[in-house]
Design a protein around this ligand. Structure first.
Ligand SMILES: Nc1ncnc2c1ncn2[C@@H]1O[C@H](COP(=O)(O)OP(=O)(O)OP(=O)(O)O)[C@@H](O)[C@H]1O
Ligand SMILES: [Mg+2]
Length: 295
């Protein structure tokens, strides 16, 4: 009993230390990365492609970018990209490697952290493992300009946790009604936390700009009306067969077909993010402030 209580006190102490560290990182004098989480309600809507291609475009524009595969259930960045993985998050969670040690070079000048497979819930991790991961992630913030997090789909605690710790969450949807409904469910779940999150919507696989606008207006209206939540417009990515061809080649489309319609959409999205960052006064958060542009 006493041992149990002592363990609980130690866990609370440790959590408080981590919170303090995170606050210091966010408010502190050191340069810290802006963190963008890419998520969706429905699976298969293009999150991983968005995260990877956006990361590469940001890197091409001179940013130091880490792409973080936070899917602990079905990690798939390493399937999409031409990389050979030696270590992944599972090694960090097991305490066999530090997070900094598993960061590896990826295509287009980005660096990668590969996810684990088979750990379906953060709840499956022990307190010690969860805290180890949180602590390691806080350290990573010192090591890049931008961290793009590719999450799993849905509203599991893992996914929400990653989005809630990011500066900005990009919710990806397609024009399909099921995907839009599920995007709304994610936005609703994200909104139930105590902190007000910055959420933007990106509509993928659209035929034209009008289609994307309709989806955005529908969700922005519902968000405002029922959740009292502003959803910002991150724009769209056109449906483009080059993208699936690139997936078959295990290459990001912006590198395989840099002049195809989808690639232009990714370049435009990255440029907007960077332009918005430049307009902000020094010290202002890059992704936290980027919503000013989106609006
Ligand atoms: N803009 C697009 N144009 C054409 N096809 C696309 C586009 N975006 C995604 N796809 C197709 O959708 C597939 C799934 O994309 P992706 O793996 O990025 O989705 P995901 O949301 O990460 O899936 P999961 O939920 O399983 O992680 C791609 O392999 C590709 O075939
Ligand atoms: Mg994915």
């Amino acid at each position: 009993m006493i041992v149990e209580q002592a363990q609980q006190i130690r866990a609370v102490d440790q959590a408080e230390k981590l919170r303090l560290m995170a606050r210091q990182v966010r408010t502190g004098a050191k340069k810290t990365a802006r963190v963008l989480a890419v998520t969706s309600g429905k699976g298969g809507v293009g999150k991983t492609n968005v995260a990877a291609n956006l990361a590469i475009c940001l890197s091409a524009a001179g940013k130091d970018v880490i792409l973080f595969d936070a899917d602990l259930g079905l990690a798939n960045l390493d399937v999409l990209l031409p990389v050979k993985i030696r270590f992944n998050l599972a090694h960090v969670i097991a305490g066999k490697r530090r997070l900094a040690e598993i960061v590896q070079p990826g295509p287009g000048g980005i660096r990668l952290v590969c996810g684990a497979s088979g750990i379906t819930q953060m709840a499956d991790l022990t307190e010690v493992q969860r805290q180890r991961l949180a602590q390691e992630m806080t350290q990573l913030e010192y090591k890049a300009d931008v961290i793009v997090i590719d999450t799993g789909a849905g509203i599991s605690r893992n996914v929400l946790g990653f989005c809630q710790s990011a500066d900005h969450t990009l919710v990806v949807t397609t024009t399909e009604p099921t995907s839009i409904t599920d995007a709304y469910a994610v936005i609703k779940a994200l909104n139930q936390g105590t902190e007000r999150l910055k959420i933007s919507l990106l509509t993928n696989m659209v035929e034209n700009r009008d289609q994307a606008q309709k989806v955005y207006q529908r969700l922005a209206f519902a968000g405002e009306r029922f959740l009292n939540c502003a959803i910002y417009d991150a724009g769209y990515v056109l449906r483009d067969n080059h993208l699936s061809q690139a997936v078959h080649q295990r290459k990001p489309v912006v590198l395989a077909f840099p002049r195809c319609p989808a690639s232009y959409c990714f370049v435009a999205l990255a440029q907007k993010l960077i332009r918005a960052g430049k307009k902000e006064p020094a010290g202002a958060g890059f992704f936290r402030k980027v919503i000013n542009w989106f609006f």
